[in-house]
Design a protein around this ligand. Structure first.
Ligand code: AMP
Length: 272
């Protein structure tokens, strides 16, 4: 992969890169389509990164479908798919981790303490292997995108980071590989996340900007689904992720819940 990248760079070609954990859905494909427009060459990586899973998380059951993913990648005009083994990235004796100080101390980082350190470590490795000019990440994982942007600034990666809007199912559910775990009867509960976000946007449009009021209403909606355990409801600054008391300018509302142990996240921008 590194030799390939060097060769392309020598011939003056640019590379766009989309890192994923596979089990591709329309959300991933939207990133590939953006990448296709942004550079001469398009690289997809598929790697279920063990260092970003906690000991009680779903590493072993994470959905995988390599052949299907390769077919989809080919249809999107991907030029190369990088599928490393665990040993290729974390060889015997591996001991280097990339970690941010502040941004991971919010939202998902609080309940998933090793998650972002795993993400920033693997993305650093992938950037050094694929050597892209531009990399595309989804706003579905808003905190991850903020962390990657910060890391790229701090470590002076010469890579443009592009954020891509959340792709949803027709009923509003944000697409996610983990949706494969959802049983049909869980659908109404799963839909409550996008409903909460839609309702919150409406509240702000109607002039209700108090973060506590918006949060209380969200808790109300979730309380109709006893199988949902709320991890967090955060109304915060979209750059620092620090909580705000009222929605004045562009504000992030981010949610994470467990639905029978299935972790679901979603977010929206609130704008008065
Ligand atoms: P994952 O395979 O879940 O690690 O996701 C790989 C990339 O796809 C990340 O940048 C995600 O933010 C992005 N992604 C996942 N789901 C969606 C979605 N529904 N809409 C847009 N981007 C997404």
């Amino acid at each position: 992969m590194q030799a390939r990248a060097d060769q392309l760079r020598r011939s003056g070609k640019t590379t766009a890169f989309v890192p994923t954990m596979g089990y591709l859905h329309e959300g991933h494909l939207s990133l590939l389509r953006i990448g296709k427009q942004k550079a001469d060459d398009l690289v997809l990586s598929i790697f279920v990164n063990p260092t970003q899973f906690g000991p009680n998380e779903d590493l072993s059951s994470y959905p995988r479908s390599l052949q299907d993913d390769l077919d989809k990648a080919e249809k999107e005009g991907v030029d190369a798919v990088f599928v490393p083994t665990d040993q290729a990235l974390y060889q015997e004796g591996y001991q280097t981790y990339v970690q941010l100080e502040k941004l991971p101390q919010h939202l998902c980082g609080l309940s998933r303490p090793v998650f972002f350190r795993g993400v920033t470590t693997v993305v650093t490795q992938l950037f050094n292997i694929v050597k892209p000019h531009v990399a595309i990440f989804g706003e579905k994982d808003f905190q991850q995108l903020a962390i990657i942007r910060q890391m790229v600034r701090d470590l002076k990666f010469a890579i443009e980071i592009v954020g891509a809007p959340i792709v949803r199912e027709a009923d509003g559910l944000a697409m996610s590989s983990r949706n494969a775990y959802l049983k049909e009867y869980m659908r109404p509960a799963a839909l409550s996340l996008s409903q909460v976000l839609q309702n919150s946007r409406k509240m702000v449009q109607d002039g209700i900007v108090d973060a506590q009021l918006i949060t209380d209403r969200a808790l109300d909606i979730f309380s109709a689904f006893p199988e949902i355990k709320v991890d967090y409801i955060s109304i915060c600054d979209p750059e620092s992720l620090d909580p705000v008391e009222s929605v004045e300018g562009r504000t992030l509302m981010a949610l994470a819940v467990a639905l029978e142990k299935i972790r679901l996240i979603d977010n929206t921008i609130l704008q008065p």
